[in-house]
Design a protein around this ligand. Sequence first.
Ligand code: IPM
Ligand code: MG
Length: 360
Amino acid sequence: MNLKIGVIKGDGIGPEIVTEAMKILDKTADKYGHTIEYTKLLMGGASIDVHGVPLTDETVDAAKSCDAVLMGSIGGDAKTSPWYKLEPSKRPEAGLLKIRKELNLFANLRPAVLYDELRGACPLKEEITEGGFDMMIMRELTGGLYFGERKTVEENGVLTAYDSLTYNENEIRRIAKRGFAIAMKRRKKVTSVDKANVLDSSRLWRKVVEEVAAEYPEVTLEHMLVDNCAMQLVKNPKQFDVILTENMFGDILSDEASMVTGSIGMLASASLNETKFGLYEPSGGSAPDIAGQGIANPIATILSAAMMLRYSFDLDKEAEAVEAAVAKVLADGYRTGDIMSEGKEKVGTVEMGDLIAAYI
Ligand code: IPM
Ligand code: MG
């Protein structure tokens, strides 16, 4: 199979971690008889430096012509980077929001798994993590507060800012259907997270999710308020299988879920539309404070590449090979700094990539 993959290395640690993920993809392709055609794409600060904008229409078209896109991370230090002197719509993050919207990537999958080997890096008490946990956060990605109308105006001499949270029933239905379909392949439980005790958008969310649930009688549905969910994630993470939620809640809860797995450097993600196309990126940021030092954890990006093999190319066997190689390297005791614990061997970004590649 020939895989046409767009590559956005991005900013900060992006280039370092994407290089390692490409190493793993190349090794996997080699081993299983595939070829890869990479198309380099510029987004975020790297695009601002060249084109003055975080994402050009040409880059969007080039991304559309690929089967899938692998991405590192975008953005810089908001205090010191010149990118943040630009108006908000020209900053690195705007490129990310634009590509999500332009490619209609409404379904964001963020799996949070506690590897047995990483227990030591998990900040929760052992009795809570006993037996591990494995959840899939399904975050709606092209609606809600992120894409609603916003403005800052002066009203009677007082600066006032507006951000609107809008969802229509179709937007809710399509992500709910994805969530239930994924639950069917897992432990058949969906926790739909909202703030229905306050928000109209959440009440509509709940109604539509219940309609969709009726089409999946084998799946158990429960509703949970977002504040309670934030608490339950650290109190009893084992209870979750699929967490289905809107854009902003998903942003916040997925960072929290990543931390209980030990590090955000472990959390992969896939952003999908109605087709097989997907954008695959680690859930963590560009970590400008450690960029260029060769110490960033490439595992989230490597696991994102595995998700690409599975969801965009239907190469399940290859995806499993990558995931098994990651588990093996962790079992062997190798750790980047963010997941380091006593008695383990600390390695850098490139060495971690090499070790994983060797196990494919
Ligand atoms: C994420 C990030 C982005 C988001 C930022 C960089 C705009 O935090 O992918 O979770 O909020 O969606
Ligand atoms: Mg986030």
